[in-house]
Design a protein around this ligand. Structure first.
Ligand code: NAP
Length: 449
C-alpha cells in the first residue's frame, strides 16, 4: 500500500494510480468469529474493545462489477464500532452469514473475521466494469448505506429496502483499514478544503442527523423550531446542533459537563442543560421513572427558551425516552434513531396521545440525503466535529473512549495517511470558511489536555 500513499501524496494522475499493482493483502482492524464469546458474563461497561479489535493483514477480496477499490487515507470511530467490538446487542457475524447467502458476491463477506468501520476518505484506485461515474484518482468520502439496487423495495427510499445494510457493520470490508471495497453508489466527492481525517469523520453521523431533522422522511424541521438535542456535542448531536442553528431554529443542547456546555456556547447554542451538573435522574430505580424529574426538566427548557420543543432529537433510549415524550410540545415530534442506554423503552402514553405527539423513527440516510449533507459540508455550512486523531493501531483504545463517553464529537483514525493535515486541495476556500470554525472541536479538546 506504500506505493498508493506515495502516489497520492505526489498527486499522481488517475492513470498512474490505476497502473499500480493491487496488493494481495492489506492492513485492517477486525474482530474474530472465534472470539465472539470472549466477554460472556462480563458487564457491558467492562467489555473492552482493546481486547477484541485486532489490527493485522487480511487478503484483498475480489471486486464486483458495481464496486470500487478505495485506498483509505482516514476513517472514524462510530458507536457501531463499539457495538461490533463488544458483540452487543448481537455479534455481527450473523449479518455476514445472511449476506453470504444472498449471492456469489455476498459470499465474499462471510469470513472468520469482520473488518469494521463505517466511514472513510480516500482515493479510488480501481473501478468495476459496471461503474460509470467514478474513476481511479477520484478523491472521495464514503457513506455507509449499502443498497441492493436490484430489489424493488430499495427504490423510492433506499433506507426502506428489504435488504438495506450498513457497510462495515452489516457487511465486511469496512473503513478502518488501508483499503476497502465499496459500492460505487457509496461514493461522494471529498470536500476540497478538509484534510483526510476531517473529511473522514462526517458521513455516518452527519447524514443520520440530516435525515432525522431536515429530511421529509423524518422530522421535517422548519425555521423557528425549538429542538431539544440529547448529547449535543456527541457524534450525532454535534451535527444536529449545527443543522438547527443553520436552519433558523433554536437548539436546546443537553450535555454532561461544563466543558461540553462551553463548547456548545462557542458553537452558538445558548440554551444548554448540563444533565449531570443539574443532577437529572429520570429513573428512581431500575423499574420506575420519576415524573417529578420530567416536570423539572420540562420547566428548565421553558425557562431557557420560553416554549416546549417542537422536535426532540432522541438516541439515548431507555434512560431519556420518558422525559423526551413528556417534554415535546403538544403536536411535537420525537425523532429517534438509537437506544444507547437500552432499547426496551418506557414512556407514559397519556402524554403522547392526549397531546397529539408523534414518535418518528429514522435510520442512517439514503444516497440523496447523504449527498445533500456532504454538499453542506463541502460548502462550509457544516463543520467537521473532529476532536482527536488516532493511528489505525489504536482503534481499540479509541473505541473504548467512545464506549465510556470520554470523547467529544468524533474521533478520527489515520489509515494510510502518515500525518495529520494532508489532503487539503483548496486552501483558499479553507481560509474563507475559517480555520477557527473548521477546527473548533479539535481546539477545544486540545485545551482540555
Ligand atoms: P456519541 O458520540 O457517544 O454521542 C452520544 C451522546 O449521547 C454522548 O456523548 C452523551 O452525551 C449522550 N448520552 C449517552 N448516554 C446517555 C444517557 N444515558 N442519557 C443522556 N445522554 C446520554 O454517540 P453517537 O455517534 O452520537 O451515537 C449515539 C447513538 O446513536 C449510538 O447508540 C449509535 O449507535 C446510534 N446511531 C444510530 C445511527 C442510525 O443510523 N440509526 C447512526 C449513528 C448513531 P453527554 O454525556 O454529553 O450528555
Amino acid at each position: 500500500m506504500q506505493q498508493y500513499l506515495d502516489a497520492i501524496k505526489a498527486d499522481a494522475t488517475g492513470t498512474e494510480i490505476a497502473n499500480l499493482p493491487l496488493p494481495d493483502h492489506y492492513r485492517a482492524a477486525h474482530v474474530l468469529r472465534d472470539e465472539m464469546g470472549m466477554f460472556e458474563g462480563v458487564d457491558s461497561w467492562d467489555k473492552d474493545p482493546r481486547k477484541s479489535i485486532h489490527v493485522g493483514d487480511v487478503p484483498t477480496p475480489e471486486l464486483a462489477p458495481d464496486e470500487v477499490y478505495v485506498a483509505l487515507m482516514a476513517s472514524s470511530i462510530n458507536f457501531n464500532t463499539v457495538w461490533t467490538s463488544i458483540f452487543e446487542p448481537l455479534p455481527t457475524f450473523g449479518f455476514l452469514e445472511r449476506l453470504g447467502r444472498e449471492s456469489i458476491w455476498g459470499q465474499r463477506h462471510n469470513l472468520p473475521y469482520h473488518i469494521i468501520g463505517s466511514d472513510g476518505s480516500g482515493v479510488v484506485v480501481r473501478v468495476g466494469s459496471a461503474v460509470r461515474n467514478w474513476k481511479p484518482g477520484d478523491r472521495v468520502v464514503l457513506h455507509c448505506n449499502y443498497v441492493d439496487d436490484q430489489d424493488p423495495s430499495s427504490h423510492n427510499d433506499s433506507m426502506k429496502g428489504a435488504n438495506q445494510r450498513i457497510w462495515g457493520f452489516e457487511t465486511n470490508f469496512g473503513g478502518l483499514a488501508d483499503l476497502t471495497i465499496a459500492k460505487a453508489n457509496q461514493l461522494m466527492p471529498k470536500p476540497t478544503h478538509l484534510s483526510w481525517e476531517e473529511a473522514a469523520v462526517n458521513a455516518l453521523c452527519a447524514s443520520t442527523s440530516y435525515r432525522m431533522l431536515v429530511s421529509n422522511n423524518a422530522a421535517s424541521m422548519k425555521m423557528g423550531d425549538n429542538v431539544l438535542i440529547w448529547g449535543a456535542t456527541g457524534g450525532l448531536g454535534g451535527y444536529a446542533t449545527q443543522l438547527v442553528l443553520n436552519g433558523g431554529g433554536t437548539p436546546i443542547g443537553v450535555v454532561s459537563s461544563p466543558e461540553k456546555a462551553e463548547l456548545l456556547n462557542e458553537m452558538g447554542c445558548e440554551a444548554v442543560i448540563d444533565r449531570r451538573g443539574e443532577d437529572f435522574q429520570f429513573w428512581k430505580n431500575e423499574h420506575e421513572q420519576d415524573e417529578g424529574e420530567w416536570r423539572r426538566f420540562g420547566k428548565r427548557i421553558r425557562d431557557l427558551v420560553g416554549e416546549d420543543p417542537d422536535i426532540v432529537f432522541e438516541h439515548p433510549g431507555r434512560q431519556t425516552m420518558g422525559a423526551s415524550v413528556f417534554a415535546a410540545k403538544r403536536g411535537g415530534v420525537i425523532v429517534t434513531c438509537a437506544a444507547t442506554s437500552g432499547y426496551m423503552i418506557e414512556y407514559d402514553n397519556r402524554h403522547l396521545w392526549m397531546k397529539l405527539k408523534q414518535i418518528v423513527s429514522s435510520h442512517f440516510a439514503n444516497y440523496g440525503e447523504a449527498w445533500q449533507m456532504n454538499r453542506l459540508i463541502d460548502r462550509g455550512a457544516i463543520q467537521p466535529i473532529l476532536s482527536a486523531v488516532h493511528p489505525l493501531t489504536d482503534v481499540g483504545e479509541a473505541a473504548l473512549q467512545v464506549h465510556h463517553n470520554k470523547h467529544e464529537g468524533k474521533l478520527g483514525v489515520l489509515c494510510l495517511s502518515d500525518a495529520e493535515g494532508q489532503g487539503i486541495t483548496d486552501q483558499e476556500k479553507r481560509e474563507k470558511i475559517g480555520e477557527d470554525k473548521i477546527t473548533m472541536f479539535r481546539r477545544h479538546a486540545d485545551s482540555l489536555l
